[in-house]
Design a protein. Structure first.
Length: 288
């Protein structure tokens, strides 16, 4: 067991050989007009480390919200943790579902709303009606896992961007979810903090949880993923396979707007080579 983390158990009433998530032809439309996902067929299995790879606007965040039950599909069918999603929208079943699945939003300020970091981390367990001793134990465990015990009494607005990210993850870990969904966890972080967080994600995976991570950053994918699902700009899945296979397919990455082919001229000769789509190129520093 990874230090500081309780091992995950099998999530929900999932039968032998049954996926945690089973999406068939799933479609989601915002306000009846804006198509966010269009015909998604996807299965996710217990213990997998899945990266949802796609450019901004490809539907990654919407897909995570579907997996978390924040929204339901407007078309197609979806089962999650052995349940029909339409049946877990509310009531006791929904309450149990959200104990088993935790979503960490891209913007940590959405999840950090209390006076102190400790209050935020304790909020979820307190809603479960746990004893004070159990709440204390879960908070200590989550803070230690994210290496932010020293920030427990700090106000969220006093934290750096990386500290906020870790605090928002801790606020979900205190619920001890079996499935952890992370939306762009390394976005807008400086390089040192980014790789610290990647290491923490590896530790979360080692504790036995099922991880689904949405990102458009190619360099972290081989480290945190067993499987990569690529969403295209048409809001459909255009590839699903091992990281090495997906990342070696330059044409696929260009099509998904994850890299671009940069043309260079050298006298009478021109050639092209790929760069990440948001790469500033020519050695300019950029935050990951």
């Amino acid at each position: 067991m990874t230090a500081g983390l309780q091992p995950a158990v099998a999530a929900g009433p999932v039968g032998p050989g049954e996926p945690l998530y089973d999406l068939r032809g799933v479609r989601y439309v915002y306000a009846g007009r804006q198509v966010a996902l269009d015909g998604i067929d996807l299965q996710i299995w217990p213990g997998e480390r899945v990266v949802l790879l796609g450019a901004n606007g490809s539907g990654k965040s919407t897909l995570l919200k579907l997996l978390d039950g924040v929204v339901g599909p407007t078309g197609g069918t979806m089962r999650a943790l052995g349940r029909d999603v339409a049946a877990v929208a509310q009531g006791e079943d929904g309450f149990r579902f959200h104990r088993e699945v935790g979503l960490v939003f891209q913007d940590p300020d959405i999840q950090l709303f209390s006076a102190t970091v400790l209050d935020d981390v304790a909020f979820g367990p307190l809603q479960l009606g746990l004893s004070q001793e159990e709440v204390k134990q879960r908070c200590e465990e989550a803070l230690a896992a994210m290496e932010i015990a020293h920030l427990a009494d700090r106000a969220p607005f006093e934290l750096s961007g990386g500290e906020k990210k870790r605090a928002s993850i801790a606020s979900v870990l205190s619920l001890r979810p079996d499935v952890l969904l992370l939306d762009e966890p390394t976005a807008s972080l400086d390089p040192r903090t980014k790789w610290l967080l990647v290491d923490l994600i590896q530790r979360l995976s080692a504790s036995g949880r099922t991880l689904v991570v949405a990102t458009h950053e190619l360099d972290i994918v081989p480290i945190i993923a067993d499987r990569v699902v690529v969403l295209g700009e048409d809001r459909r899945i255009i590839a699903d396979g091992p990281p090495a296979t997906v990342l070696a397919d330059t044409a696929l990455l260009v099509r998904a707007n994850l890299i671009h082919e940069h043309l260079h001229g050298h006298g009478a000769v021109a050639h092209s080579h790929p760069h990440e789509a948001d790469d500033t190129h020519h050695g300019a520093d950029r935050e990951a």
